[in-house]
Design a protein around this ligand. Structure first.
Ligand SMILES: [Zn+2]
Ligand SMILES: [Zn+2]
Length: 452
């Protein structure tokens, strides 16, 4: 097998891997780099010049895996894209949102190549999205050669899949993004009970040691306590969340917590793409049973849509809990704008429930201490931070120890490290060697064809 990482910057970014196995050539994911703009955010697709792809697999609908799929599909007008049933429902919606965001960025930031694709491109390519049921092998033939792929649910986010590939007498397992913990809305990963020759694994949390006493349930309890404290002292609570998955999970958990008296009854506000995804999640729950989310959660919580303040720093917001995107408080999103109205008062709180890149406003706010000045660059507004800012370890990725256990169970000859920063990959390489979990560990250099 040959493995080529098309994510030119390495680490986690525009995730996309070209796999050559026997006579087959296929692509796993085609993302957009969240921190780059324009063509710079696209994987190194020039490496596909002259490559006759047989198919593409989409592991899940986060944009760092999905965002450049229409561009690749235009280059390959006949190639099918395999994905899970929920991803088949969610992918077109996420891509249409991406078109809207790019159109706005073209206007506001003058990025001439945006949008990189259009609504009609999305409609067009969606006809080639080929849904596969979990744990049902799909046989793909090419002349006399045969390859079998089987998707397994990988937790992480609705529709997320790991993939087993069997070819001749070789077996390869791609973890995709992986979470073993059960969420309220989504069961954890299911892994086949077998040995594989090659394990291609994500390494996101290679540098993150879970703090003691920070199991998921305890983190939720700590969050409930914070929310309760904020509301009872007459403040407002902001939870910046990702629109896909995290927002619906928070709403479902809060509905349950409110029923059990763990958080007070108070106005809850939610808005944007995530509210739209609520409808899709309801549909996926009803039609596939693969996630557990019903729209009635919104009624239970009496979720209202907030009026996002037009003037930054406005301090007469209706009080309550705001569950809004973006999760990293990216400029001009509802969470960014609301934060500008809340940071000045020690009655309020901002609670992060997901990862924030240190370079994003969310990451910068996490690093800011009380009394320090916080800049809302696009508003040219300076606020002194008095609100409580806290983070809760509710990661969508498996702990590093769990990944090591997975390596131990699969007993692979070779482990290929992907989807992680260089130091995170190094941690895994060292641990796997130290504990003799696999004879070979490969950390492929970006954009270089690596024999595995
Ligand atoms: Zn993901
Ligand atoms: Zn990812």
């Amino acid at each position: 097998m040959n493995f080529t990482d098309l994510n030119k910057s390495g680490g986690i970014g525009s995730n996309s891997s070209l796999i050559e196995l026997g006579n087959f050539k296929f692509l796993v994911d085609s993302g957009l780099h969240p921190k780059e703009v324009g063509k710079g955010a696209v994987p190194q697709l020039e490496l596909l010049d002259g490559v006759d792809l047989d198919f593409i697999v989409l592991t899940h609908c986060h944009l760092d895996h999905l965002g450049s799929l229409p561009i690749v599909m235009k280059r390959y007008p006949d190639v099918p894209v395999f994905m899970s049933l929920p991803s088949r429902v969610l992918a077109p919606r996420m891509l249409r949102n991406s078109v809207n965001v790019m159109k706005r960025q073209r206007k506001e930031q003058g990025i001439p190549e945006y949008p990189l694709f259009t609504f009609s491109d999305v409609d067009h390519i969606s006809a080639r999205f080929h849904p596969l049921r979990f744990e049902q092998p799909e046989v793909i033939t090419k002349g006399a050669d045969e390859l079998v792929i089987t998707l397994y649910p990988s937790g992480h986010v609705a529709g997320a899949a790991s993939m087993l590939v069997e070819h001749a007498d070789e077996t390869v397992y791609f973890t995709g993004d992986l979470l073993f913990d059960d969420l309220q809305t989504l069961p954890g990963a299911r892994i086949p009970d077998m040995k594989v020759d090659v394990l291609v694994t994500e390494t996101t949390r290679g540098l993150t040691q879970r703090a003691q006493d920070s199991e998921r349930d305890q983190e939720w309890e700590r969050l409930f306590a914070g929310v309760t404290r904020t509301i009872e002292q007459g403040g407002t609570c902001l939870l910046p969340v990702f629109a896909l998955g995290r927002m619906q999970e928070v709403l479902a958990v809060f509905a349950d917590a409110q029923k059990r008296g763990k958080i007070p009854r108070c106005p809850i506000f939610s808005a944007g793409l995530g509210m739209d995804i609520v409808d899709y999640f309801d549909q996926i729950s009803r039609e596939t049973g693969l996630i557990r989310f019903r729209k009635k959660v919104l009624k239970q919580l009496r979720v209202e849509s907030p009026r996002i303040p037009q003037n930054p720093g406005f301090d007469k917001l209706p009080k309550g809990i705001y569950v809004v995107s973006s999760g990293m408080m990216v400029e001009k999103t509802p969470s960014y704008s609301l934060a500008s109205c809340l940071l000045h008062s020690d009655l309020n709180s901002v609670y992060f429930v997901g990862y924030c890149d240190p370079d994003t406003p969310g990451g910068k706010l996490k690093a800011c201490t009380k009394g320090e000045k916080f800049w809302f660059d696009v508003y040219d507004l300076e606020t002194e931070l008095h609100a409580e800012v806290d983070s809760f370890d509710l990661s969508g990725h498996a702990d590093r120890e769990e990944i090591l256990d997975l390596v131990a169970e699969f007993e692979p000859q070779k482990v290929v490290l992907t989807h992680g920063d260089p130091e995170a990959r190094r941690w895994f390489a060292e641990k796997i060697a130290e504990e003799s979990l696999a004879p070979n560990v490969i950390d492929p250099e970006p954009c270089v064809k690596t024999p595995v």
